[in-house]
Design a protein around this ligand. Structure first.
Ligand code: GLC
Length: 419
C-alpha cells in the first residue's frame, strides 16, 4: 500500500471514530421543574425522550413550592454562573427578565428562518411572552389561568348554582356553611400569603371592574377600584367566608385544604384538578370548575399564568438542551401533560383533542378563559411591582392596614417604581 493510500485510510478511520463518538457522546441534562407542576409526570415524558435519544440522560431537579421561591433558587444558580443546570422552567412573568440578564440562550438559530410561523402555533399570549426584541428566549411548557373550583356535591345538595359574582359566592358560602355545621369547612380559599399568586388575588376584582394597572409602561392606578378589591377579599374574612389566617395561605395550601374536603370554593390554577381527582383525594369526582366570578356589574376576569422552558446560558450542553426543549414544547408532549397532569395546553387545537377532552372534559371550556385571561403588568421592574402588590394584599388580610391605607401605600410605592 502506498503511503498516500495508508494515510487516506487512517484519516477516514479517524473521522469515522470521531463522528461515531460524537453521535454517541453522552449528554447528561439537568432540568429544573417546579415541585408543584407534576415532576413525576414530566419524568415520563423524559423517559420517552431518553428511549428515542439513547445518548441523552435527563435528571430532574425540583424544588420551591411557590413561584418566588423557585425564582430565588434559580437566581442564585444563575448569578453563580453554575454550569450544572441545563434547562429550567420559568413562570410566564420571567422569560423577558432572564433574557435581559443574559441567563438564557435564544432559540432563533435552531428554529431557523421560519421562527414566526413556529411561534404562531402557540396561543398568542405565550408567543408574545417568550419573544423579546425579535428573539425567542424560551418555549412554552404549558398554559395556565385561574379558575373557581367548587364542591359539586355540596352545591347540588343545597340547590345552589355555581356563582357568577363574588356576592353570589359569599351568599352561597354562608348558606352551605350554616347548613352543614362543620367547623372544618371553609367557604372560600384563595391566596393571601405574600406570594406571586397574591398579585393575581389583587388584580382579579380590579380587572373585573374594567381597570388596568399599567398602560404603555405607565402606572394607571385606579384608587377606588384598588380599595374595593382589597375590601372584597378582607370582607370574605370578616364575614367568615374565608378563614381568619388566609394571610398565611399560598397556592398549594388552598389546593391541599380543598383536596382534604375542607373547602367549598377555591381559587386556583389548572394543576389542582389532577390532585383533586387523584387516588389520595377526599373529593375525587365531587369537584366542578368554572370561570371565576365577576364583581357585581363587572366582567369576569382571570389572571394569565403559564410556564416556559429556558436553556441556561451557562449550560455545557446547549445544543442538546435546546433539542430537548423543542421536544418538551411540542404538541405531542402538551397533549401528554394535559391528559396525565391536567396542565393546560399552549396549543389551541389540543384543547379539543378527543383524548384530552375525554381525560379532562372541562378543558374544552377552559380555552376561552385562557385566551381572555389578563397578563400581569409587563415592565422591566416587575419584581418590585410584584413585591409591592403582594405585601399590601397580605397586610390588608392580616388586618395590619385597612383597604384604604393599603391602596394608598400601594399607589405611593408603585408611583416611585413606575414613574
Ligand atoms: C401558577 C401560574 C403562574 C403564577 C403562579 C402564582 O403557577 O402558572 O404564572 O405566577 O401560579 O402563584
Amino acid at each position: 500500500m502506498t503511503l498516500k493510500k495508508t494515510m487516506t485510510l487512517l484519516l477516514a478511520g479517524a473521522a469515522m471514530t470521531l463522528s461515531a463518538s460524537a453521535a454517541m457522546a453522552q449528554a447528561n441534562l439537568r432540568v429544573f421543574i417546579s415541585s408543584q407542576h407534576q415532576p413525576d409526570v414530566w419524568r415520563k415524558a423524559f423517559d420517552t425522550y431518553e428511549t428515542k435519544n439513547p445518548n441523552v440522560k435527563v435528571t430532574i431537579e425540583s424544588g420551591g413550592n411557590t413561584s418566588e421561591a423557585q425564582a430565588q433558587y434559580l437566581n442564585t444558580i444563575m448569578t453563580a454562573k453554575d454550569t450544572s443546570l441545563d434547562v429550567m422552567i420559568l413562570d410566564v412573568i420571567r422569560p423577558a427578565q432572564y433574557a435581559a440578564a443574559g441567563w438564557t440562550v435564544s432559540f432563533n438559530d435552531v428554529i431557523g428562518k421560519d421562527a414566526d410561523a413556529f411561534m404562531k402555533r402557540y396561543l398568542p399570549a405565550y408567543a408574545e411572552a417568550n419573544t423579546v426584541d425579535g428573539k425567542i428566549v424560551a418555549l412554552p411548557a404549558f398554559a395556565d389561568a385561574m379558575f373557581l373550583y367548587y364542591r359539586k356535591d355540596l352545591l347540588e345538595k343545597h340547590g345552589i348554582q355555581p356563582p357568577k359574582t363574588w356576592d353570589e359566592l359569599a351568599a352561597a358560602s354562608k348558606k352551605v356553611l350554616g347548613a352543614e355545621n362543620n367547623p372544618n369547612l371553609q367557604g372560600l380559599s384563595f391566596q393571601g400569603k405574600a406570594i406571586e399568586g397574591a398579585v393575581c388575588t389583587f388584580l382579579l376584582p380590579y380587572w373585573s371592574m374594567g381597570k388596568q394597572l399599567v398602560s404603555n409602561g405607565k402606572l394607571s392606578f385606579d384608587k377606588e377600584a384598588a380599595v374595593k378589591s382589597l375590601a372584597l377579599w378582607k370582607g370574605f374574612v370578616d364575614q367568615g367566608v374565608a378563614k381568619k389566617n388566609i394571610s398565611e395561605v399560598a397556592t398549594d395550601d388552598t389546593r391541599k385544604e380543598f383536596q382534604a374536603g375542607n373547602v367549598l370554593f377555591a381559587v386556583n390554577w389548572s394543576y389542582a384538578w389532577n390532585h383533586f381527582n387523584g387516588a389520595e383525594s377526599a373529593v375525587k369526582d365531587k369537584v366542578g370548575v368554572v370561570k371565576l366570578p365577576a364583581v357585581q356589574g363587572g366582567e369576569a376576569a382571570s389572571c394569565l399564568g403559564g410556564w416556559e422552558w429556558g436553556v441556561s446560558a451557562y449550560s455545557n450542553n446547549k445544543a442538546e438542551a435546546q433539542k430537548l426543549v423543542q421536544y418538551l414544547s411540542s404538541p405531542e408532549v402538551s397533549e401528554f401533560m394535559a391528559i396525565n397532569g391536567a396542565l393546560l395546553p399552549q396549543f389551541p387545537e389540543v384543547y379539543t383533542d378527543a383524548d384530552v377532552t375525554k381525560a379532562v372534559p372541562w378543558f374544552a371550556n377552559a380555552r376561552p378563559v385562557v385566551e381572555t385571561a389578563k397578563a400581569r403588568p409587563v415592565t422591566p421592574r416587575y419584581n418590585e411591582v410584584s413585591e409591592i402588590i403582594r405585601t399590601t394584599v397580605n397586610a390588608v388580610l392580616a388586618g395590619t392596614v385597612t383597604p384604604e391605607q393599603g391602596a394608598d401605600q400601594m399607589e405611593g410605592r408603585l408611583r416611585r417604581v413606575l414613574r
